[in-house]
Write a protein that binds this ligand. Sequence first.
Ligand code: GNR
Ligand code: NI
Length: 172
Amino acid sequence: MAIRKIITAPDARLKQVSAPIEKVDDSVRALMDDMLETMYAAPGIGLAAIQIGVPKRVIVIDLARDGEEPQPMYFANPEITPTTDEMVTYEEGCLSVPEFYEDVERPATCRVKFLDYQNELREIECDGLLATCIQHEMDHLEGILFVDHLSRVKRSMVLKKLAKAKKLAEPA
Ligand code: GNR
Ligand code: NI
């Protein structure tokens, strides 16, 4: 396993639509393992493959808190269906949008159909933080960041700040 570098906005790679995988084989499991290690090190509660530069429809999530047993969840080729009209607001953050947090509204519950670590087709009902997180990760697979759900003014303010910080860190 290895910790990979997390891509931060603004970066064209984060706008790519990720491609489905054929099946969860050893190479996809190796990717999932690296993603989980990278996510734990960050630390974060979810990670999409594109955040480490791999445009594949693969997500890892672990919502266990500090001191609790790890509860890694692996999703390949996820398909999400909202299961309510009720919307909930959660203050989101993103490892690809460092140090910025803002409220985002999303459906409160959803159903996710996906391939798991063993390449088994599964379907689960999500609510609470899992529902929010899986929808945030699903957006990454479509090239969407949580700041894309905010007003144009807020989004451009954040992206400008990040671009400036990048320039200072790594001058062209
Ligand atoms: O670590 C993360 N925390 C988080 C908080 C609220 C809503 C979504 C998230 S996901 C984020 C990690 C990340 O960027 N995943 O793509
Ligand atoms: Ni994110």
